[in-house]
Each structure stands twice: as C-alpha cells, then as structure tokens.
Write a protein that binds this ligand. Structure first.
Ligand SMILES: [Fe+2]
Length: 134
C-alpha cells in the first residue's frame, strides 16, 4: 500500500482532532517501516498494540467531545469506533498467538477505514463542534 497523504479535505475544523487524525494516519503509514519483512507476528505485535492504544485514546476523546456538544449520532459513531477497537483486539490476539499477518493488508485496511470514517463521520462531528462554539 502506498502511503496515504493528509489532505485538506480530511480536516474536521477542530485542531485537536486534526492533530490526532494526522498522527493516526502517520502511524498507519509507518507500519511499513516497523515491519520491513512485511509480517506482523508474535512479539512484534507491540507496534500494532501501540497503534491500537493511540486509536483508543483518540476515540475516547472524540466520544467525550460528542457528548459535550450533544452530537445526535453519538451512538452510531461510537459503534464504528467500537468495531475498530474489536478488530484491533482480534488482530493482536491472532498475531500474539503466532498467526502471520500481512503488514500491507493491515495498513491498507486501517488506511481505508480511517479515510472513510473521517469523511463520513469525523468531519460531521467537527462541523457540529465548530457551530456550537460560535
Ligand atoms: Fe470518529
């Protein structure tokens, strides 16, 4: 998978969220460097765990923001976060159990998930937050 570059159209309008999303994307792009032989397995799952921890922290913060602004689609949005959290748990469990995961497939899945999620969900949260702050 080629690295996905941040584009202005991904911006949510909330600096704090954008910072986290850029970092999330950087970490996904960085998976190739973490796994030069292309395989995530066993103890090397640590890098994937770090990415998962970062994602969890970002999701929690975003969920808090949604509650603060009474975001109407909070439950559905949180459901998307939960689905990715569960995906991470399964991938890390499999890798630690000895299954060989393709770093390219993992990066590609995460990259597509993130861009799709930003465009369909996170930007709406950003817009709602910005209009509440006015
Ligand atoms: Fe989100």
């Amino acid at each position: 998978m080629a690295a996905i570059e941040w584009q202005e159209k991904y911006s949510t309008g909330v600096d704090r969220l954008d910072e986290q999303l850029r970092k999330f994307l950087d970490m996904i792009n960085g998976l190739h460097e973490q796994y030069p032989n292309g395989t995530i397995t066993g103890d090397t799952a640590i890098h994937l765990s770090e990415l998962s921890k970062f994602a969890r922290k970002h999701f929690e913060e975003q969920e808090e923001l949604m509650q603060q602004i009474d975001f109407p689609d909070y439950t559905a949005h949180k459901g998307e976060h939960s689905a990715l959290r569960q995906w991470f748990v399964k991938m890390i469990f499999d890798a630690k159990g000895g299954k060989k995961l393709s770093a390219d497939e993992v990066a590609s899945y995460l990259g597509k998930w993130l861009i799709d999620h930003i465009l369909k969900e996170d930007r709406r949260v950003g817009q709602a937050a910005v209009s509440k702050m006015r």
